[in-house]
Design a protein around this ligand. Structure first.
Ligand SMILES: Nc1ncnc2c1ncn2[C@@H]1O[C@H](COP(=O)(O)OP(=O)(O)OP(=O)(O)O)[C@@H](O)[C@H]1O
Length: 547
């Protein structure tokens, strides 16, 4: 057993009281349900036989079997409620601990954000956690019930109707071992392919949605739509095939269980003819076997749940261990400073690293303009400093007076479908005066006043849509309101005309004079004398003062 599997079963063991009570009640419920059917079968046929003559009808004891039927049905109902309560309670206790432990476990693993953000990893992770959570309630608990039912049926046959055993045993093996194994293969094997197919389809659909305008400009929208439809129907086809195969295994299991009932009924009838069994007992055996069949048909999904849960635990275990990644980002209190030591970073999908063992320091107060050729790694650097990416090796040491993380203005400003006020006050509420003051600084005050409801105007898709340059200035206003000690800006002036950008950055230079500001740009006109210019390179950065 792997450590994570041990951990899961250890957790279950810690809650063994509730878990075992749930199992016990589930077994009692199943046994009472089967016994209820068997006794009712016997009772109805015995009463019918007794009713054939008036004398035997008067002599027939209705009370004892009637009481037994009532007793079993009460036990079954109480058992079912009790079992639901206890097994849900046990599941809840195990799951709440398990979730916390799993996320702690994952936090210690080496997770590239890129990997985390990929839909495939995230959706697989959630699916795995769900599979792990259902191990107890959908696999272990019903498995014990199935096992108890098989044992009970085999023992009853061995003791009371041994001649049926050679016929019943192979059918039981087929229905409870072979078919669940086949069913599980149909669930597990195509599950991976289907998952990948659906993920690819989802990624294609979302890329189609985000690039709809471009595709329609190039008259490619219809073609891409057809591709998506083809992908979707391939996925549907695969899903239908998988479900059909699963249903076929279930159908076969059901046929074997029906055959089991027929065989037991037939052998009971032979025993009746030999004078071993009374007539009504023949029907008791038929209903008893049918009742067992109802429980045993669950063996197929039970084995599938167990294997899915165990496979999910193995998959989580297989995630890269934490030692591959040293603690890359440290945040402390003190005079503003960012220091990169021996920092390396490469995107998992790229053959060459963007940075290799880079050492550089940025100290407050100071403005650092990060420059370099397109693709040299300026945005990657900002993402590493902001903690959006984690270094492959080396450290990022961050010190700020308030020990607060740096504030980031990303390259693409997302406009929320909310009021302008809510779009600006993402971190704290601010007075209208404070908001208007920062809007004045970024020259959006007149624009705001021209909006139909001023600060209460709704922005975003289908509402008032700011232009590219206005969105950038909304991003700057957000940063001004956030007022952190360290500011990180990725292409903050892109989309603004040069004169406007120069005016705004002259004001910002005064406003943020005491802070540490690191900004990417291609526009050297924004730089003011005394500020620093950092040229990024793969293994070394050069830093000089702007004159
Ligand atoms: N998510 C990603 N996955 C793989 N490679 C990436 C990813 N993001 C960026 N890259 C690659 O990393 C390198 C650095 O990219 P980055 O965006 O940091 O450059 P940049 O200097 O900001 O470029 P630009 O000035 O054009 O904005 C480029 O070669 C780019 O293709």
């Amino acid at each position: 057993m792997t450590p994570l599997q041990k951990h899961y079963f250890g957790l279950l063991w810690q809650h063994k009281g509730m878990a075992l009570l749930g199992v016990l009640l589930a077994v009692i419920t199943a046994v009472a349900g089967i016994a209820l059917l068997a006794v009712s079968g016997w009772f109805i046929s015995a009463a019918a036989l007794a009713g054939l003559t008036a004398v035997s009808a008067i002599e027939f004891n209705f009370l004892t079997p009637g009481a037994m039927v009532r007793g079993f049905s009460i036990t079954r109902t109480l058992g079912r409620y009790g079992e639901r309560y206890t097994s849900h309670e046990a599941t809840f206790r195990v799951i709440s601990r398990l979730r916390a432990d799993l996320f702690r476990f994952l936090a210690r693993r080496h997770w590239h954000e890129v990997q985390m953000n990929r839909h495939e990893s995230a959706s697989r992770l959630l699916q795995d956690i769900q599979h792990i959570e259902s191990i107890y309630v959908s696999a272990l608990l019903p498995a014990v019930v199935v096992l108890a039912t098989v044992l009970g049926l085999v023992l009853s046959l061995a003791l009371l109707l041994p001649q049926a055993l050679p016929w019943a045993l192979p059918l039981l093996v087929l229905a409870v071992v072979v078919m669940p194994w086949l069913y599980t293969r149909q669930v597990l094997q195509p599950q991976n392919q289907l998952h990948q197919l659906r993920v690819a389809q989802w990624q294609f659909a979302s890329s189609l949605l985000s690039s709809m305008r471009t595709l329609s400009l190039h008259q490619q929208l219809e073609h891409s739509g057809e591709q998506l439809a083809q992908q979707a129907s391939a996925g549907d086809q695969q899903e239908i095939t998988t479900v059909n195969r699963q249903q076929f295994s279930m159908l076969l299991a059901q046929i074997f269980l029906a055959l089991l009932a027929v065989v037991v009924f037939w052998q009971a009838f032979v025993a009746y003819q030999q004078g071993i069994l009374a007539g009504a007992e023949v029907f008791m055996w038929l209903l008893l076997t049918l009742g067992c069949g109802e429980v045993l048909i669950g063996a197929c999904p039970i084995l599938a749940s167990l294997r899915l849960g165990l496979a999910a635990l193995l998959r989580l275990e297989a995630l890269q261990p934490a030692q591959a990644s040293p603690e890359p980002r440290q945040l402390t209190e003190g005079a503003g400073l960012i220091r990169l030591q021996q920092l390396s970073y490469g995107y998992p999908s790229q053959p060459h690293p963007v940075f290799q063992q880079v050492d550089v320091s940025f100290a407050a107060p100071g403005w650092y303009w990060v420059c370099g050729a397109s693709g040299s790694g300026k945005s990657t650097l900002i993402a590493l400093l902001a903690g959006q990416l984690q270094a492959s090796s080396g450290t990022v040491q961050i010190r700020s007076a308030s020990a607060r993380p740096p504030a980031l203005m990303p390259q693409r400003i997302d406009i929320l479908r909310a009021s302008l006020r809510d779009n600006l006050c993402l971190h704290h509420d601010h007075s209208d005066e404070a908001i208007m003051a920062v809007l004045h600084l970024v020259e959006l005050d007149y624009w705001t006043q021209s909006l139909p409801q001023g600060l209460d105007t709704w922005l975003g898709d289908g509402e008032w849509q700011p232009s590219g340059g206005e969105a950038k200035r909304i991003g700057l206003a957000r940063l001004l309101l956030q007022d952190a000690d360290i500011m990180l800006l990725d292409e903050p002036a892109a989309g603004m005309d040069t004169a406007l950008a120069e005016r705004i950055f002259a004001r910002l230079a005064q406003r943020w004079a005491g802070k540490l500001v690191i900004a990417n740009t291609h526009d050297r006109q924004l730089m003011r004398s005394g500020q620093q210019l950092v040229e990024v390179g793969r293994s070394a950065f050069t830093c000089k003062t702007v004159r």
